[in-house]
Design a protein around this ligand. Sequence first.
Ligand code: SF4
Length: 338
Amino acid sequence: MRCNYCERRCRIASGETGFCRMYTVSQGVITERFPHRWSACGTSRMEAFPFYHVFPGSRSLAIGTTSCNFRCRYCSNAYIAKEDPESQQERMYHLAPREVVAMAKKMSCRTIVFNVNEPTVSLPSLMDLAAEAKAAGIPMGCLTNGFMTAESTELMASIFSFFNVSLKGISKTFGREYIGASSLRPVLRNIERLAGIRHVEVTTPVIEGANDTEIDAIADFLGSVDPEIPWHVFRLLPEDEMRDRDYPSIEAIDAALRSARERLPYLYFHNFVGSDWVNTACPACGTVAIERFSLGCGGDKLNRVLGGEGQCPGCGRAIRLFTHSPHAGDEGAVRTWT
Ligand code: SF4
């Protein structure tokens, strides 16, 4: 039987597992192997995630499961993403959706963000959680590699109100050599689709000698979709199979981004202490509307929001922000997978 959650479209025999080892076939149906098991469930400030335009300064409940459908050679989370998920079950939290939502409410979290690994490998649990979270008025967001099928993209748009899609590269060569994906075109397709219906931010971790030559092409693509997509360029500190590589030069990436900044007003460059590319400036007049500190790998911190929320303090132009509850917009119902 074929699993259509992501573009690997694994063929899975009864009792066997697919590439990510998170789904099996049981009674002729693709079934999640470890429902409602979480590798993380704790609070975080929003600026610790690459979500600069979602409820600035708010508290969020960060959750995650295990495994991934990519095999990035530089993975900074390999012990969660690459280890056999079965061997990790002993240390997982087993929490029903209402318990996760109760924790979010108790800790005054404005949102729930799936940020540890790839959500595509745990969609049935996330559908259950989204139903509970929507009833409580808590929007959910996720960090994803964007490699889901077109059908899963629609499903995820019904689960999550805001997305950060990691666009790691754009060329076939990069996808094959560094990620283990034959093509990254599905990621581009899904960014285009999601940007039309949900709040989307994009992240690109830059690895010197691997994808630093693709910065301009990525900027062109994002500009063609929507120049006001917030784009987070990370200086990636390679780990796992590439931990012997040098850290990327801040100066070289800074220089490579200068022309992109002309086209993409919400372009950020972070993952090092003291970056001055972490404020949000008005696309029209350049006045700083949101000020942050860069704390390096620990994420960043809000300093202050100037002017009214979502408005430039200089000229009054709208600054793109996601700040509404799932009941205020066009979120729709959580879909069931067919
Ligand atoms: S979600 Fe997992 S099992 Fe399904 S197609 Fe992707 S890698 Fe294969």
